[in-house]
Ligand binder design. Structure first.
Ligand code: 3PG
Length: 246
């Protein structure tokens, strides 16, 4: 299984909390997606099936990288359960300004704690997704107004068991293209990370993370393996320090 966080988005570049807001990739993000596809080819990892969120930055990343790998034709499933964590009332806000206003402790609690959600967003806010047609089939009580990582894990796990595991059980090479925090949730589950340990987990954009799995879908190697480990190490540091002064 290959996990891939979308390439740099417009709001990654401007340092804004994004969550369920549907921003596009930047030119750098497109280049990262292309490089992600090249890494798949170089490592002879050709996906048989794709799972993505309903958000453009993940969908476009998957399309660009699969195009490079000549795998644009593989069966695809998309689901809101793979969406980014809903960032509540922080969606649209500048990360550096939020850090300056609330202080580092609160800022990091909202960004990385397992069970502290940001304040809820108003359904009529310009950055709410409550009325977005793509979620029309979703019962209103399931449409989040904010989420912590624990909420994300709880809504991602049914998708993991019902949709991804059956593809893995069938022996397929599965590509999951999703988001920083939905992938953090999946990695926490796979690696059996503790609630405190996951605070330190950061996923870089555009670098495929390979998990070879045992028959019971546990990882052969905890943490998996980034296909470009040096680039991943530098990018993880950058994600960790987002919002802080350079
Ligand atoms: O939704 C966002 O803002 C990003 O995709 C993830 O942001 P974070 O690294 O601040 O959680």
């Amino acid at each position: 299984m290959i996990l891939l966080r979308h390439g740099e988005s417009e709001w990654n570049a401007t340092n804004q909390f994004t969550g369920w807001v549907d921003v596009d990739l930047t030119a750098k993000g497109e280049a990262e997606a292309k490089h992600g596809g090249e890494l798949l080819v170089e490592n002879d990892l050709l996906p048989d099936v794709l799972h993505t969120s309903l958000l453009k930055r993940a969908i476009r990343t998957s399309q660009i990288s699969l195009e490079v790998a000549d795998r644009h034709w593989i069966p695809t499933k998309r689901h809101w359960r793979l969406n980014e964590r809903h960032y509540g009332a922080l969606q649209g806000k500048d990360k550096a300004a939020t850090l300056a206003e609330f202080g580092e402790e609160q800022f990091m609690l909202w960004r990385r704690s397992y069970d502290t959600p940001p304040p809820a967003i108003d359904n009529d806010s310009e950055f709410s997704n409550f009325h977005d047609p793509r979620y029309a089939g979703m019962p209103p009580e399931l449409r989040p107004q904010t989420e912590c990582l624990k909420d994300v894990l709880e809504r991602a796990l049914p998708y993991w068991y019902d949709e991804i595991v059956p593809d893995l059980a069938a022996g397929k090479v599965v590509l999951v293209v999703a988001h920083g925090n939905s992938l953090r949730a999946i990695v926490k589950h796979l690696d059996k990370m503790g609630d405190a340990e996951v605070v330190g987990l950061n996923i870089p954009t555009g670098i495929p993370l390979l998990y070879e799995l045992n028959d019971d879908f546990t990882p052969v190697t905890v943490g998996g393996r980034y296909l470009d480990p040096n680039a991943a190490a530098a990018a993880i540091e950058a994600v960790k320090n987002q919002g802080k002064k350079k």
